[in-house]
Design a protein around this ligand. Structure first.
Ligand SMILES: Cc1cc2nc3c(=O)[nH]c(=O)nc-3n(C[C@H](O)[C@H](O)[C@H](O)COP(=O)(O)OP(=O)(O)OC[C@H]3O[C@@H](n4cnc5c(N)ncnc54)[C@H](O)[C@@H]3O)c2cc1C
Length: 259
């Protein structure tokens, strides 16, 4: 409670009865909770991102399904050559927003940033026999449970391993066991398992803004556990910096030179 208040978040303590009103199927042993009114969530990150893409195209943008293998500075106003897997492209300004893979593009340019992946997993239960009115975060077991368009999703865990190591599906499977401890009568159907990357920095802040040694090269990565939440304000800040507009917040704490 104290932490929530320190961050200006209104939180209401829940006793066993209040908890059961929100989650009628919750295990009898769980007797305390904290309600954060108005906490937002998405029912489909995939549809959210697809819709943003459609809005971009409707506004005149173009989506090119290519992978950049190397960014080559051409010097001054000539900008950059992007050596892609399908074509070469040139641009005066480039934003590198390639998540946990970003070092593969920055290391060859001599731009050193401490970035690692915190791998996480989810188990999507497509046809659960219980429904949740609102998402739930189970702090002592380190996972979240969200009612979504395609079912009930349990997501969480932190695994430190390399970017290209194969997923450890047991980490996703154990999430289902955790959920059953919280909702003992849950029948999950056949879960779908997933592994994703959290692009994480040592100070848990993203890396945003121009690279001082490479004018025209902008960075927007390193959102760690909060990329879905942090992406929009970061995108706005980087757009303001590219367009020379007054930034809404001070970009200095997010500079790649802070490390
Ligand atoms: C289990 C789990 C739960 C999470 N829950 C939440 C949550 O509740 N709320 C929240 O805010 N965040 C959450 N996150 C974190 C969030 O998913 C990340 O912070 C976010 O995805 C990072 O966004 P990004 O765009 O920087 O990177 P990504 O989403 O990884 O996107 C990077 C994109 O760049 C592309 N790319 C990479 N290299 C290249 C290249 N060379 N050329 C071209 N394209 C390239 C990739 O294909 C990808 O499309 C969670 C993460 C995990 C794993």
């Amino acid at each position: 409670m104290a932490i929530a208040e320190r961050h200006g978040i209104r939180a209401e303590p829940l006793d066993a009865d209040a908890l059961r009103q929100i989650y009628p199927d919750i295990a009898p042993g769980i007797t305390r909770g904290l309600l954060i009114p108005g906490n937002a969530y998405t029912v489909s990150p995939q549809r959210l991102v697809r819709t943003l893409g459609e809005l971009l195209v409707a506004a005149g943008g173009e989506i090119v399904a290519e992978r950049t293998q190397k960014i080559i500075p051409r010097g001054g106003a000539a900008g950059f050559l992007l050596m892609n897997n399908i074509s070469n492209r040139t641009a005066q300004r480039v934003v590198v927003a390639t998540g946990a893979s970003t070092r593969e593009l920055l290391d060859p340019l001599g731009i050193r940033v401490p970035l690692h992946t915190e791998r996480g997993y989810h188990a999507m239960m497509p046809s659960p026999n219980i429904t949740l009115k609102i998402p739930m975060s189970i702090k002592n077991r380190g996972f979240g449970l969200t009612p979504m368009e395609d079912g009930l999703r349990a997501g969480g865990t932190v695994e430190i391993d390399s970017l290209h190591a194969a997923p450890n599906e047991k980490r996703a499977m154990i999430l289902v066991e955790h959920v059953k401890r919280v909702f003992p009568t849950l029948q999950t159907g056949e879960p779908r398992y997933w592994m994703g990357h959290r692009p994480s920095t040592p100070d848990s802040l993203p890396v945003l803004g121009v690279v001082p040694s490479q004018p025209g090269l902008f960075l927007a990565f390193g959102h760690g556990h909060f990329g879905m939440t942090g992406g929009p304000p970061s995108g706005r800040l980087v757009a303001q910096l590219i367009n020379g507009a007054a930034p809404a917040i001070d970009p200095a704490p997010y500079s790649c030179t802070r490390f």
